[in-house]
Write a protein that binds this ligand. Sequence first.
Ligand code: 5GP
Length: 194
Amino acid sequence: MNVLEERILKDGVVKEGNVLKVDSFLNHQCDVELFDAMAKEWAKRFAGKQINKILTIEASGIGMACIAAKQFHCSVVFAKKYKSINIDGDMYISQVESFTHKETNQVIVSKKFLNEDDRVLIIDDFLANGAALQGLISIVNQAGGRVEGIGIAIEKGFQPGGKFIRNLGYQLESLAIVDDMDWKTGTITLRKQD
Ligand code: 5GP
């Protein structure tokens, strides 16, 4: 069991509506030593890939993406969320339906920071239905870059995103996969990984 999995079992809180709260260590208060261990694990799993940029989405992905970037010696670009904006030609843009807030955001990245030379590792904190990842993949495709891999902290394996993204052929590495959780009992069941 890796350190993230241990921490989820110790401090993760299951909420109604298939939401796992990990704000004491991952996405409100940030345990940077944990982020460092996660970054090293992603570096191992994506060894040999020519990654020159990490792309994430604000806000929760930014901290872990920055720590991961130290392993890959590259920059981080984070997609910004807006409820609606007037698009000018300088932005890549996609629509993302938020799992936690049930609203659709426009997600944008400036054309200055992503282009056809980029070999991108996408990083995010959670994978549920896969909407956030599809938005980020679309942005890399608009730029003409290549998605070399996708690193997720926590995949909820009982939701469809992981299967969908793997079926598209991407190397998706989730450090913890929750196969089941029950808000009434607080039980969290993790998938066994090598
Ligand atoms: P998806 O787009 O895959 O449906 O959901 C991924 C996004 O929704 C992540 O960026 C994350 O911010 C949020 N999210 C999805 N499920 C959870 C969850 O169980 N807990 C928390 N804290 N965030 C979640």
